[in-house]
Design a protein around this ligand. Structure first.
Ligand SMILES: NC(=O)c1ccc[n+]([C@@H]2O[C@H](COP(=O)([O-])OP(=O)(O)OC[C@H]3O[C@@H](n4cnc5c(N)ncnc54)[C@H](O)[C@@H]3O)[C@@H](O)[C@H]2O)c1
Length: 395
């Protein structure tokens, strides 16, 4: 079935937008018609590339009648104001993860979208990755028996990529919890049905020069009985992409010789230099990512009654009692096709995805619970979880 492309406005033309550009450019179901960005160079680059209108403020973007939905890719702390503005203007919303920093803001955003009758989708997160989606559907259908245990691990150089100062302050949404744990939580909740019950976690903030959480490990339990172990290090010297067939998070084959690149680029920079370096990784900088596989967020192993599953960038390795096999999760035509699937289904067919505002709020609750459990030394019970909704596509 074809329909008019969703007319999308973009708020924030930084790195997150740059990562979505290949998806938007390849998918005729969406058309970029306008953008808001404070930097004149970014607005000019957008207008050159898409012929749309560049606005200085998100409020002006929201007032553009040609815009049906807004992709909000501004820094975490601005999501709340920008989501509220978009909802007030009656626009559907795709907002980057995390939904917000505080639970209070997240509640206001969910209420505003509900009150305005617009869809609020939180993503992309790696729960949209095709191998995750495929595994979740197979598990939901009971293909391998009950899901009992999940191991999710990721070792990256996250803390040593160029950062704005607030990205290194936990109370402003910095560190690995709000930017990275949220992906792992989303994946694990997607696979285990959404309803997490308790978290017992420990965190590490071990580099005084970057004084925010750089690592954590968490045990999570689910209503359905599944247990999950989430471990993340943003301090890594070991790069766990080695265990993902040497494919990077964005689906790009890792370049030989790239070892140590993040720390090398960062050595001897002042905070101002670092903020400037960050802008060399954004839209208009000419940087591109050449994905050849699905995106991923590190090794994920699932233990089910009748099989163990290993997610790879290309699909799922299935280890049964006496046989092993591979189920492909096709890639392309561009990365993140599933995010556009979700946007189009919501806007054109009024069919919400798994990753609604309520879903994003529930994943955010887990981030806070990890911090609380680590600070208190005791498990934390979760109160705001929601289920995945899944229906077999018809036709
Ligand atoms: N899903 C992913 O793969 C992914 C990757 C990177 C970032 N993100 C998310 O995207 C968000 C942005 O992160 P980033 O790394 O792109 O940061 P960034 O600093 O590269 O980009 C943010 C952009 O927002 C712009 N901006 C600031 N104030 C604005 C305003 N008032 N109106 C319009 N634009 C404004 C900045 O000029 C900048 O270009 C974060 O929430 C982050 O978690 C997601």
């Amino acid at each position: 079935m074809t329909s008019d492309p969703v007319r999308l406005g973009v708020a924030g033309l930084g790195r997150a937008f740059m990562l979505m550009v290949p998806t938007f450019n390849a998918d005729p179901r969406v058309k970029l018609v306008a953008a808001a960005a404070p930097r004149a160079e970014s607005r000019a680059a957008f207008e050159r590339e898409y012929g749309g209108r560049g606005y200085e403020t998100v409020e002006a973007l929201c007032a553009d009648p040609s815009v049906e939905a807004i992709y909000i890719a501004t820094p975490h702390q601005m999501h709340v104001d920008h989501v509220l503005a978009a909802a007030r203007a009656g626009k559907h919303i795709l907002v980057e993860k995390p939904l917000a920093i505080s639970m209070e803001d997240a509640d206001r955003m969910v209420d505003a979208a509900r009150g305005a009758g617009v869809h609020l989708i939180v993503g992309p997160s790696h729960s949209f990755d095709p191998p995750v989606e495929l595994a979740a559907r197979l598990i939901e259908r009971g293909e391998f028996g009950a899901l009992r245990m999940i191991q999710a691990l990721n070792y990256t150089d996250f803390l040593y990529r160029p950062r704005r100062p607030e990205e290194l302050r936990t109370e402003e949404g910095g560190g690995v919890l709000f930017s990275q744990a949220i992906h792992q939580i989303d994946i694990v909740r997607r696979l285990a049905g959404g309803m997490a019950t308790n978290i017992f976690a420990m965190t590490g903030a071990w580099d005084p020069k970057r004084p925010t959480e750089g690592a954590f490990t968490a045990l999570m339990t689910f209503e359905a009985g599944c247990i999950a172990n989430l471990t993340y290090s943003g301090y890594a010297h070991f790069d766990s992409d080695i265990w993902m067939n040497d494919v990077g998070e964005l689906g790009q084959p890792k370049k030989p010789g790239s070892y140590g690149g993040a720390r090398r680029a960062l050595s001897n920079l002042t905070p101002d230099d670092e903020t400037r370096l960050k802008t060399t990784r954004t839209f208009g900088s000419g940087t591109t990512v050449d994905a050849a596989h699905n995106e991923h967020f590190g090794p994920i192993i699932l233990l089910c009654d009748r099989a163990d599953l290993r997610l790879t960038p290309d699909g799922i390795e299935v280890f049964c009692d006496i046989e092993r096999s591979f189920i492909e999760a096709p890639f392309g035509p561009a990365p993140r096709r599933t995010v556009i699937d979700a946007l189009v289904a919501a806007v054109r067919r009024n069919d919400p995805p798994v990753q609604t505002g309520e879903w994003g709020l529930a994943s955010l609750e887990v981030c806070h619970a990890i911090l609380r459990s680590a600070a208190s030394g005791v498990p934390v019970a979760l109160q705001r979880q929601c289920k995945t909704k899944y229906e077999e596509p018809t036709g």
